[in-house]
Every structure is written in structure tokens, then in C-alpha cells.
Design a protein around this ligand. Structure first.
Ligand code: LRH
Length: 467
């Protein structure tokens, strides 16, 4: 009988249930359920709809039952940095605020009053991003101290869903590292730092690594979805799962995990927490088997996704690319990582404004806006390549682009052009594949990461873009 592994892969703009199985030495995927995601305004905050997402998770499980394809195990991965605080009755304290909310404004300086930015980087090795858990918690501490005082547990989003499914509270390591409160040396919460910051130390749960069994479904979930299943930890940080599925076994490449964000970097065995690394704003995110993802968060497809929404989703991404190609000689460029693009009221206006204040031609047509975004993104990739090559004192031969954004052919071409490196695009479902690989490694279908990555190479189409 066919053995299935289920990945529940939830990104910032959509979630999906994907069944994976090993068939004739290849991995075969079947997407059985898909749903929308996004932050919504609630009481003045940008929030995740966690209740609705959990209903969607259960809907996808019911679909397995309907199909008669009951997974041997399942794993959940989501975006990083966000969390919930639970009280003594396991109820969520406060709003389920998402990382694009403005509550973290000014929280960096409150953190640096306690620990200098340099020392913080040397302790955690994580890129400064104003939405990291560390700054979100500073906002709770200053604006809602009663929530922090009442909190009995802090759970990152996938850990929260795992808790709802099984009743067990585990803290998965890769996702925890995104928050800037974990030591890359001990690979555990930096409790000394947590105490210095005045955060409630007792709410942090015990750290567990990918492949750990969270538990089986609770009786209530079993009754509701119609079967039992073992919940296993993949790299619950989506980027950690995506990078696990890169179809290569040498180390002569850079990767981009391309989706709402573009995460560009290399894999390393040791963290680099030097000041040079800090000044270039690189992160050492914790990965599967304690490998590190040395990478930079780049604004990614969020900008074009936002522009598309502002046009009432009237054009497909392919159409937007065609319009960008037609406006190919439009020259204005923006710094895609500028704060003004994180959560603007209107992305199109933010781009126009940026061009205006930097004395560049203001884009007027949709094609010009799209050309500006795609070219600026590829330019930012090229700058990041230069920085990584300088810091690591190495050069890399090619770029692997994985994830949903890897099917943006025009962007792949621009990436090859600007970085002067060959680009290999695919697989598009990298995050779900990485989630499934972790479960398959746990189940001994693969003995090593290398075997698993070879199988990804053998199983999925990869398109080459020569520079
Ligand atoms: C990508 C991602 C990224 C995080 C961001 C919040 O989905 O997980 O790695 O930093 O979301």
C-alpha cells in the first residue's frame, strides 16, 4: 500500500496541503487542498486569522479522509517570527498580530538601551528586521505588560497549530531562530538575553529539532477529521524547509527561496556572527541537522503581489511580466528593502514617491511599475551576491531559485543578467517538498540530506537560464 506524508505548508499569501509519496525512486506530489492567507486589520492591528487557518488545516485533513489517502505522518511549516502568547487556560492573549504591523516601530531603540546592536548580533547572529520576535515582544512588554505577565507559553505559529492538533507544546528550533532570541552556539533560547530584556522567561517552551514526534491527534481532532495521524516536526520555518529541498549536493551555489520574500544565501556548518556580517545585515538562521542558512531577507514578490491587489487582481503575474518586458527601457530603480515598502497603504504610490524623492522618472503605466519592481529586485540579488562573495571570500558558480517565485521566468532572466550567473529554477513546491523530506528522513526513506536532495533533483523539472 502506498505510504503518504502530508505537508501543510502555509505561506503569507496562501496555504496548501500536499501529499508526498515515494514511487519508483522519485517523490510524487499531490496537492489536495489550498486556501488563501493574508493579514487583516483588526482593532487597528494587522493580524493573522489563526482561527480560520486552523479550520482550513482541518478541512485539508478531511480531504485526505475523503480521498482515502491517510498520511503516515504530517508536518506543518509557516513563515517565521510570529507567535502567540497563551494564558493559563491556553487562550490567546491579545490580538494575533502579524509581522507587518506597525507596533514594532521604535522598539529597536528600546532593545538597544538594554543591549547594544553589535552585542545582540554577536549573541544571536540574526539579521535586524524590525518585525523579529525580539522587537514584537518589546512592544508587548511596553504596551501590554499584562499579557506578558499572564503568559504561560509562547508558541511560534506552527507550534501553536501542532498544539491544537495534539495537545502538546513543543518549540521547534528552526522557526525559533528567526526571532533573534536563540544562541547559534547552544542552539537553545538565550535565557540570559531573555532575562536582560525583561521578558517572561517561563513562557518559553523546551526546544525540539526537526524529526521530533509532536504526538498523535487529540481525541477531539480524531473524531472531527475521521482518522489519527502522527504529527512530526519538519523544519517548521518555511525557508528552512525550502532550503532542505535544493536539488544540489555540491556547495558551489547560492540559493534564493522565492515567494512573498526572497531569501538569498548559502548553507554553512558554522554561524558567522562577526561585525562585518552584521554590517551587511546577514542572518545565520538555524536549519535542519543544525546547518545554518547564511542569508539575507529581501523584500521579494510582495511588492508585485501588492501592486496586483491594488489593480483588483485584474492581471495575472504573467501579464504583469509581459507589461514589464514591454516597458523594458524604463530606468528608475528602488531599494526594495527600504522600510517604506514593508507595509505601505498603497504600494504603487510608495514606489512613485520613492522615485520622485530620489529624482528619478516616476513610473506612470502598470508596465513601468512592474519593470521598476522586477529590475530593482534582480539588482538587489546582484548586490547580495557581491556581499556574500566578499564576506565568505569565495565565488559561487550558479544560483538555485526554489519556491513559488521560481516560475517567474522574466525575473529569472533578469537575475541571470544582473548577477552574471547561471540560474536553475525549480522546484516550485520547495517548501512543501522540504517538509515532506524531513518526514521521509525521519521514516528512514532517506538516510541522509544528500540522498534526499538527489531525489529532488531526479523528481522535479529544473529550468536553466544562462547568463
Ligand atoms: C518567508 C519567511 C522569512 C521570514 C518572513 C517573516 O516566508 O519565513 O524567512 O523572515 O517570512
Amino acid at each position: 500500500m502506498q505510504k503518504y506524508y502530508l505537508a501543510v505548508d502555509i505561506g503569507a499569501s496562501s496555504g496548501r496541503h500536499i501529499l508526498g509519496s515515494a514511487q519508483d525512486g522519485k517523490i510524487v506530489l499531490e496537492e489536495i487542498y489550498r486556501f488563501e492567507n493574508g493579514m487583516v486589520k483588526k482593532n487597528g492591528n494587522l493580524c493573522w486569522e489563526l482561527d480560520r487557518l486552523f479550520v482550513e488545516i482541518k478541512n485539508g485533513l478531511k480531504r485526505c479522509k475523503e480521498l482515502g489517502k491517510i498520511p503516515a505522518s504530517m508536518g506543518i511549516d509557516t513563515w517565521g517570527v510570529d507567535y502567540v502568547l497563551l494564558d493559563s487556560n491556553d487562550q490567546i492573549l491579545g490580538n494575533t498580530v502579524g509581522y507587518r504591523d506597525k507596533r514594532t516601530e521604535g522598539m529597536d531603540s528600546l532593545v538597544y538601551d538594554i543591549i547594544s546592536e553589535d552585542d545582540l548580533y554577536q549573541r544571536t547572529g540574526i539579521q535586524k528586521q524590525i518585525f523579529n520576535t525580539i522587537y514584537q515582544l518589546m512592544s508587548v512588554k511596553t504596551k501590554n505588560p499584562e499579557h506578558m505577565a499572564a503568559a504561560k507559553s509562547l508558541l511560534m505559529i506552527p507550534d501553536y497549530f501542532n498544539f491544537l492538533l495534539t495537545g502538546n507544546k513543543l518549540q521547534e528550533y528552526t522557526n525559533a531562530t528567526t526571532g533573534q532570541l536563540v544562541s547559534p552556539i547552544t542552539k537553545d533560547w538565550d535565557y540570559e538575553l531573555i532575562e536582560m530584556l525583561g521578558y517572561n522567561k517561563d513562557m518559553f517552551c523546551k526546544m525540539s529539532t526537526p524529526k521530533t514526534v509532536v504526538g498523535n491527534f487529540s481525541d477531539a481532532i480524531k473524531a472531527e477529521v475521521g482518522f489519527d495521524c502522527e504529527v512530526v516536526l519538519p523544519a517548521t520555518h518555511d525557508t528552512g524547509s525550502a532550503v532542505l529541498s535544493i536539488p544540489a549536493n555540491d556547495d558551489d551555489y547560492l540559493y534564493i527561496s522565492s515567494g512573498t520574500w526572497s531569501l538569498m544565501g548559502i548553507e554553512r556548518m558554522e554561524a558567522d556572527c562577526s561585525l562585518d556580517s552584521k554590517n551587511a545585515n546577514f542572518a545565520n538562521e538555524g536549519g535542519f541537522d543544525y546547518r545554518f542558512r547564511y542569508l539575507k531577507n529581501i523584500m521579494g514578490l510582495w511588492m508585485i503581489q501588492s501592486v496586483r491587489h491594488e489593480l483588483n487582481d485584474a492581471y495575472s503575474f504573467a501579464q504583469l511580466c509581459d507589461m514589464a518586458i514591454a516597458a523594458g527601457d524604463f530606468k528608475s530603480r528602488v531599494d526594495v528593502n527600504a522600510d517604506c515598502f514593508l507595509a505601505p497603504e498603497n504600494m504603487t504610490e510608495a514606489i512613485k514617491q520613492y522615485c520622485k524623492i530620489t529624482n528619478q522618472d516616476v513610473p506612470n503605466t502598470i508596465g513601468e511599475i512592474a519593470a521598476c519592481i522586477y529590475n530593482s529586485l534582480a539588482m538587489s540579488y546582484a548586490n547580495t551576491v557581491e556581499e556574500i562573495e566578499k564576506i565568505s571570500n569565495r565565488t559561487f558558480n550558479r544560483i538555485h531559485i526554489v519556491g513559488g517565485g521560481s516560475n517567474a521566468g522574466y525575473l529569472n532572466e533578469l537575475t541571470a543578467k544582473y548577477t552574471k550567473k547561471d540560474v536553475y529554477a525549480g522546484p516550485t513546491e520547495a517548501t512543501a517538498i522540504g517538509n515532506i523530506l524531513a518526514q521521509m528522513i525521519k521514516a528512514n526513506e532517506f538516510k541522509t540530506i544528500e540522498e534526499a536532495r538527489q531525489c529532488v533533483f531526479d523528481s522535479f523539472p529544473i529550468t536553466k537560464y544562462e547568463f
